[in-house]
Design a protein around this ligand. Structure first.
Ligand code: SAM
Length: 350
């Protein structure tokens, strides 16, 4: 397949496009992007017949900030309104064998409107795929994706377990904890799942750890830390949730997050202050460089335009400061599902 299709939050197509164009070129892949505003996906078009799979092979999913999912595809398939199953089966014969077939759409209202069609297609497609022997348990890590653009148009694609999201539509859905003080809590919970592998939770997110939460009120992020048994210093002029304060694990200080300095090193620094992204980045770089913490998760609130450039500038600034301070570190960044006009960054120093 010569192209890749990337799913993103509607409204972030330009950022997703800028990112894949730059990343692809660093691996020697060149092409152009096809996209429409607010359609929730972009297609990076290349020339060579297998460029899509090769590009995905060269990437790591954690390299992508704005993409929720990446699949290799050929051009759009016109399904007509009659023999949709036949048209799709015909096109599927060019795909490598797979373990599974997922039927998806963009995360848009148009996408949601296709739920009925998905229901209608699901059974006959699966039967057709089986009959044509397209699914094999031996095809480990390969998945077919039917990405419906409308009732008439679709992309058929392939993903590889080495570089993909394991969630339908690339969306990690989480249940809102009813006693959390704000919906923002889901951002930090998603970040913890995204950036800290489950097997490392007992070491990195454990009871008895200490944390500082800058811009904490009303306490959605503090809630996540307290849930894991951490003691949290919550910095904010605003009020914190009463239930959270009643745990006895939170020290609420009405101070300026840009001036607060911890009396001793803490295990985690989290920050959700609404401030210019470069100011927040500099603050995080200061904490990590001075050794006030070795781990941080923070949000960068993005400007309306040139968001990818702003993110690149901030990440370069952060790396530069940490290099100067002689830190060994790992940086991950993602536009999470629960993020809106912002991305979430995680830094872990070794
Ligand atoms: C998006 S809210 C944080 C929500 C919080 N993470 C939660 O989950 O409930 C941003 C907070 O940052 C605080 N804030 C903004 N600038 C600040 C500063 N310089 N120092 C401390 N807090 C600040 C605001 O008072 C506000 O409560």
């Amino acid at each position: 397949m010569k192209n890749v299709l990337l799913y993103c939050r509607p409204g972030f197509e330009k950022d997703c496009a800028g990112e894949i164009t730059e990343l692809a070129s660093t691996h020697g892949f060149y092409g152009y992007v096809r996209m429409q505003p607010k359609q929730g996906f972009v297609v990076f078009v290349m020339e060579k017949a297998d460029a899509g799979e090769s590009l995905i092979d060269a990437l790591s999913f954690s390299d992508l900030i704005f993409a929720r999912q990446i699949i290799a595809v050929n051009d759009e398939i016109s399904m007509g309104s009659g023999g949709r199953v036949e048209a799709l089966l015909d096109a599927a014969k060019q795909l490598p064998l797979a373990q599974d077939l997922w039927i998806e759409t963009a995360d848009t209202n148009e996408g949601k409107g296709l739920a009925g069609l998905i229901k209608k297609l699901d059974k006959p497609l699966r039967q057709g795929w089986k009959k044509a022997s397209l699914l094999r348990t031996k095809a480990v890590g390969i998945r077919h994706h039917l990405f419906l653009v409308s009732g008439e148009l679709a992309y058929l694609g392939v993903s590889n377990a080495k570089c993909r999201s394991e969630f339908p539509l690339g969306i990690r859905r989480l249940r809102f904890p009813s006693n959390a003080p704000s919906r923002s809590t889901l951002k930090l919970e998603e970040a913890m799942h995204e950036f800290v592998p489950a097997k490392k939770w007992p070491v990195l997110l454990r009871e008895g750890m200490t944390a500082v939460d800058l811009g904490a009120a009303p306490g959605g992020w503090t809630y996540q830390l307290v849930e894991r048994g951490m003691r949290v210093t919550a910095i904010d002029n605003g009020p914190m949730g009463e239930l959270l304060m009643a745990t006895g694990l939170v020290d609420h200080q009405k101070a300026d997050g840009f001036k607060f300095q911890p009396p001793r090193q803490v295990d985690w620094l989290v920050c959700d202050m609404v401030e210019k992204p470069q100011m927040v980045t500099e603050l995080m770089a200061k904490w990590l460089s001075q050794g006030w913490t070795r781990r941080s998760i923070f949000n960068l609130k993005l400007p309306m335009k040139k968001r990818f450039q702003e993110v690149s500038t901030c990440l370069a600034l952060l790396k530069n400061s940490l290099d100067k301070a002689g830190r060994q570190y790992e940086i991950q960044a993602k536009h999470l599902y629960h993020d809106r006009e912002e991305i979430t960054v995680c830094v872990i120093c070794h």
